[in-house]
Design a protein around this ligand. Structure first.
Ligand SMILES: C[S@@+](CC[C@H](N)C(=O)[O-])C[C@H]1O[C@@H](n2cnc3c(N)ncnc32)[C@H](O)[C@@H]1O
Length: 371
């Protein structure tokens, strides 16, 4: 931390989407964010940490980096850890836990490194150690440089607190919001997801249009830190009215159970009025009346041998439906297999790098407005 109280805030990103997250941080008014491998780095104070947790849709977690120092052996780590001003960040009455990682360093045993930090906090601050604690200190030792950070989010940020019902292979809200952003979606056009599963894209898109903050309904680990100011947080959370939007957001799926979940999730998120969910297959999909916008979908990828021919037919049918009925709409398609994207026959631009999703590498393919 510097004398004027600012410190490094690290926005953890899905690897591969650091630039998209950096763009969001800029648009959200965070000063001078920089995309680096694994996330976005910026400087700020504790209210910036709260606001990042509350407002950023694409960050997986928010870390507050509180110290960094060079270290080459465990006795030195022990000594240095005892000099950290833990009391200014952690509370003696709140349980904590420590997670450590070591890379290319003389200290290579992450368990031993974690244990040194745990002991320092227990003995210097008196806080209890608990394996299931919400407050987690992240220790990273890389090339003999030790960085100490607090995970200020607690539960990962894709857990907005509205999605209780999930279908097969749901998309994380954080990933969905970054894909929407990469499709150029800014809350000012309708969105259609013809294979919506539990409704993630449709609900995210509607929330963005309505100006609803993604963290409005949940708790965060920072509420249990010594730096927390409950009155200032309450004010921050209440600030900025939701905006009225006449736009509508449409999800459909052939699975009636998925549609029931989508409706329940949309109601819990407070966007039931703006969303329409219907049970039908893609062959019955028609463009809604009104302004044109974005169609976004992550169709099944298929992981069994023998799925391929059936999936090619499904992607071909999706492409045909969109090409014949969605003139003027842009399309974003997420899939793990370039040949499936090609089978749609849609005019995709050159895609970006693949990103991890559910143990697979998936790629977003985007078209210009269809002719
Ligand atoms: C990978 S999941 C989508 C997950 C969704 N994005 C979410 O976040 O929950 C693919 C969805 O496509 C649906 N689907 C498969 N074939 C379909 C078809 N022919 N017509 C409509 N939906 C279909 C499945 O029921 C499934 O819900």
């Amino acid at each position: 931390m510097t004398s004027d109280g600012d410190f490094e805030i690290f926005l953890v990103s899905v690897p591969g989407l650091e630039s998209a997250l950096c763009g969001e941080a800029k648009a959200c008014g965070f000063g001078n964010p920089k995309a680096v491998p694994g996330g976005v780095s910026l400087r700020g104070r504790w209210p910036d940490v709260w606001r990042a947790n509350l407002e950023l849709r694409g960050a997986s977690r928010i870390f507050a980096r509180i110290e960094s120092f060079r270290v080459t052996h465990l006795a030195q780590l022990d000594k240095r850890a005892r000099r950290v001003a833990w009391r200014t960040v952690l509370r003696p009455d709140v349980a904590f836990r420590v997670e450590a990682s070591c890379k290319g360093s003389r200290i290579y045993h992450s368990g031993a490194a974690a244990q040194r930090i745990e002991t320092a906090i227990r003995e210097e601050l008196g806080a209890p150690l608990a394996p299931e604690a919400d407050v987690c200190i992240k220790v990273r030792i890389e090339s003999d440089l030790c960085t100490l950070a607090v995970d200020t989010s607690g539960e990962p940020l894709h857990k907005r607190g509205h999605k209780e019902a999930v279908n097969k292979a749901p998309m994380r809200e954080t990933l969905a919001s970054l894909f929407l952003r990469q499709c150029g979606y800014d809350g000012r056009e309708p969105v259609v997801d013809p294979m919506c599963g539990s409704g993630t894209f449709v609900i995210e898109a509607a929330e963005i249009a309505a100006g609803l903050k993604p963290g409005r309904s949940r708790h965060f680990a920072f509420e249990q830190l010594a730096t927390f100011d409950a009155a200032a947080w309450k004010k921050m959370r209440a600030a900025g009215d939701a905006v009225h939007s006449d736009l509508r957001f449409y999800g459909s799926d052939r699975d009636a159970g998925a549609i029931r979940m989508s409706r329940e999730n949309a109601a819990r998120a407070g966007v039931a009025e703006m969303t329409t969910f219907e049970t039908h297959t893609i062959s019955d999909l028609v463009a809604p009346d009104g302004p044109r916008g974005l169609v976004i979908a992550n169709p099944p990828y298929g992981d069994r041998i023998g799925d391929k021919a059936r999936l090619h037919a499904l992607y071909r049918a999706l492409g045909q439906t969109l090409l014949t009925r969605f003139a003027g709409w842009r399309v974003g398609l997420i899939t793990s297999d370039a040949s499936l994207a090609k089978a749609t026959g849609l005019p995709f631009a050159k895609p970006g790098a693949p990103v991890s999703h559910g143990g697979l590498r998936v790629t977003l393919y985007v078209t210009p407005p269809l002719i």
